[in-house]
Design a protein around this ligand. Sequence first.
Ligand SMILES: NC(=O)C1=CN([C@@H]2O[C@H](COP(=O)(O)OP(=O)(O)OC[C@H]3O[C@@H](n4cnc5c(N)ncnc54)[C@H](O)[C@@H]3O)[C@@H](O)[C@H]2O)C=CC1
Ligand SMILES: N[C@@H](CCC(=O)N[C@@H](CSC=O)C(=O)NCC(=O)O)C(=O)O
Ligand SMILES: [Zn+2]
Ligand SMILES: [Zn+2]
Length: 376
Amino acid sequence: MKTRAAVALEAGRPLEVMEVNLDGPKAGEVMIEIKATGICHTDEFTRSGDDPEGLFPAILGHEGTGVVVEVGPDVKSLKPGDHVIPLYTPECRECPSCLSGKTNLCTRIRATQGQGLMPDGTSRFSMLDGTPIHHYMGCSTFSNYTVLPEIAVAKVREDAPFDKICYIGCGVTTGIGAVINTAKVEIGAKAVVFGLGGIGLNVVQGLRLAGADMIIGVDLNNDRKEMAERFGMTHFVNPKEIDGNIVSHIVEMTKTPFDQIGGADYSFDATGSTKVMRDALECTHRGWGQSVIIGVAAAGAEISTRPFQLVTGRVWKGTAFGGARGRTDVPKIVDWYMDGKIEIDPMITHTMPLDDINKGFDLMHKGESIRSVVLY
Ligand SMILES: NC(=O)C1=CN([C@@H]2O[C@H](COP(=O)(O)OP(=O)(O)OC[C@H]3O[C@@H](n4cnc5c(N)ncnc54)[C@H](O)[C@@H]3O)[C@@H](O)[C@H]2O)C=CC1
Ligand SMILES: N[C@@H](CCC(=O)N[C@@H](CSC=O)C(=O)NCC(=O)O)C(=O)O
Ligand SMILES: [Zn+2]
Ligand SMILES: [Zn+2]
């Protein structure tokens, strides 16, 4: 069949909306009509050429939702009409990683997914002249119709609005999951969130859910303050507007008469800057501070710190998809949203048709949007 998609033809170029060929689902695969997709900074990371794994031409997009329209042979858990969220982190429930109980990073299809291919080593997408187009993060939600392996699809309730729950496909789950699954923040904690964009605001919301007492937000963009306060931030710092460095500033802010050492119990990087990642580690408390890296950094970038920071008890961690096991956890997060336990609507600041998808990237660059959502 033919479908409309925004195609990344080359690194650094705007996406081009065009008709492409899409083959039907093979064994163990399903075809999904995408109804809505968010634009995450990771899409920009790959579009720009910063992603060491980036492949072109490709159909980007990994934060979507839609309806199953066709299932291939051997598909057992899904049927046409099911409402679903595609998962860039699948959950096969059979591989050593899934069975370990220690990680959400299912390894069943990682090799082909990283090559922009379906598990059988081929692509379902091609240009009208027959040139293959790569899949992206196994999802390619910047296409009106896409094909995914069954193990990379979460079935969700049918009364949840597509234009909001698409965000659970990445940003909401990543931010809240980083707090709950990865850091396991406890009631009364002091935490710092670097970067108050589409991910960082969800970290803030996760910290409020976990019962943190002090939620410090750090961003270069003062416009982020109001929205972050709405989601539970208690203190805001713009590093450009303080005397001295951000690490000392946060250590001072977190001191108490009883504890003159200072430092956050938890910190989170949601910027992708390796300088920020270092600051985030070093502003945590001697002896027990934990810093979680969420941001993805450009090809070739490396993190560094003095080993003494770790010798003295700080812990550096990372998280992908907030440590969530997609098929199990994503339907629950949709329930949280529908039950009013978490908020999504105010963070979706802009919507647009597929034809205007590049405007969503422009708004991200200008720092004017939190999340732009493409509605099909
Ligand atoms: N590990 C994972 O599973 C995931 C990682 N990501 C990554 O998380 C990062 C954030 O993504 P989004 O929130 O969508 O991006 P975004 O562009 O919406 O937000 C980034 C925020 O960081 C702020 N910022 C940038 N440099 C800063 C600095 N030096 N100090 C303080 N603030 C700074 C910006 O002003 C902006 O508010 C990206 O690197 C993205 O690729 C996104 C989703 C999942
Ligand atoms: N090349 C990667 C894309 C960049 C990346 O690091 N993705 C993260 C999640 S960031 C989401 O917005 C990730 O966890 N990817 C899954 C993995 O196993 O690498 C890619 O193609 O996924
Ligand atoms: Zn994302
Ligand atoms: Zn698995």
